[in-house]
Design a protein around this ligand. Structure first.
Ligand SMILES: Nc1ncnc2c1ncn2[C@@H]1O[C@H](COP(=O)(O)OP(=O)(O)OP(=O)(O)O)[C@@H](O)[C@H]1O
Length: 333
């Protein structure tokens, strides 16, 4: 009975979705979100089972916690950055929030409801590795995606118009006839490849967009271009969540929210502009002016920035144990 209700609900929502879609001009895809989404996650815990010991030895299964109680919220119009050292659980959390991870403990809601088929249609996910055919041009890639992904009520001409509109917005017109390329064929630049990957996901006008390291391997100017595009999408009422490695000062302040992870623990979850004040209020501040993301990463990874290795590792352990005792719980919940 419950299952029937869920399916019926999905159908109703899909019908509403369809009606609202009809009101959209094909080229409107970039400008406004169809169904703005507030994403909330509470006490997310994710554990995996691992085999302990070498092949042939006494193999035991042990449990390893990857995410250890993460809470946060992102509203329409906001961009959330997940920061933290390599292996701290950023991609795992992103995958969980994108409804792509199996059994997790905790609660993730999208406008107060669990993940549904309707949400799948309203969500875009840009993976770290671009999955593109090296032998197609930018236009061919975008048009092909538009023809496949856009609903049949759009005519072929409208689908092509959508692809063109998205390419123009993403600044891909200059390279529209260039091959994507790959390891064996020369093609578009890294920044252009990333914009094509983002373009493929935003063709369906998702209101919730996840991106895994969208600026990885790009220089700071191109990284800023990509974030400006994402900020523009957020300003259209979308909810944007991404993992990012060490953003520059300028990029850091483009984010509304920040989630700092260390070994699967959340050290901070809240306004990006409030992170430095928060750590200062509990006794941690840089002794010289520092880029906030450098400072936060040093705290989370136990790397020495101003103090010695030993002191810094101690700071990280103190923050984690404070979190465990719930005396330094995240700002937001
Ligand atoms: N299915 C799995 N089996 C074994 N280990 C896993 C699995 N999924 C995640 N892990 C481990 O969990 C930890 C977090 O991985 P995750 O990819 O989320 O880190 P990350 O913060 O995104 O790292 P990076 O910045 O290097 O991409 C890592 O130590 C990883 O090896």
């Amino acid at each position: 009975m419950e299952m029937i209700k869920v399916v019926a609900n999905d159908i109703n929502e899909a019908q509403t979705d369809q009606k609202e879609d009809q009101l959209l001009e094909a080229s409107d895809v970039f400008t406004r979100a169809k169904h703005p989404v507030t994403l909330k996650f509470e006490d997310i815990v994710y554990k995996i089972k691992m085999k302990k010991g070498f092949y042939g030895s006494n193999k035991k299964i042990e449990e390893k916690a990857i995410l250890k109680g993460i809470t946060g919220m992102v509203k329409p119009g906001e961009m959330l950055a997940m920061l933290g050292p390599s292996g701290c659980g950023k991609t795992t959390l992103l995958t969980a929030l994108g409804g792509r991870l199996g059994r997790i403990n905790g609660r993730i809601t999208y406008n107060g409801k669990p993940f549904s088929n309707q949400m799948t249609r309203n969500t875009g996910f840009v993976t770290q590795e671009d999955v593109l055919s090296p032998y197609l041009t930018v236009t061919e890639t975008m048009v092909f995606t538009a023809l496949l992904q856009l609903p049949n009520r759009f005519t072929e001409k409208e689908k092509i118009k959508c692809a063109e509109a998205v390419m123009t917005e993403l600044g891909l017109s200059e390279c529209k006839n260039s091959l994507i390329g790959g390891p064996l064929t020369r093609g578009v630049s890294g920044g252009e490849r990333k914009r094509v990957s983002i373009g493929q996901e935003i063709l369906i006008n998702p209101s919730l967009l996840f991106l895994d390291e969208p600026t990885s391997g790009l220089d700071s100017t191109i990284a800023q271009q990509i974030l400006s595009i994402l900020l523009k999408l957020a300003n259209g009422g979308r909810t944007i969540v991404m993992t990012i490695h060490q953003p520059s000062n300028m990029l850091y302040y483009m984010f509304h929210k920040v989630l700092l992870l260390s070994e699967g623990y959340p050290l901070y979850s809240g306004e990006a502009s409030g992170a430095m004040n928060y750590f200062a209020s509990i006794g941690y501040c840089p002794s010289v002016p520092t880029n906030p993301s450098d400072f936060l990463l040093d705290l989370a990874s136990g790397m020495p920035s101003n103090g010695s290795w030993k002191e810094q590792a101690l700071v990280k352990q103190t923050l984690i144990s404070q979190y465990e005792k719930k005396s330094c719980r995240q700002i937001e919940g």
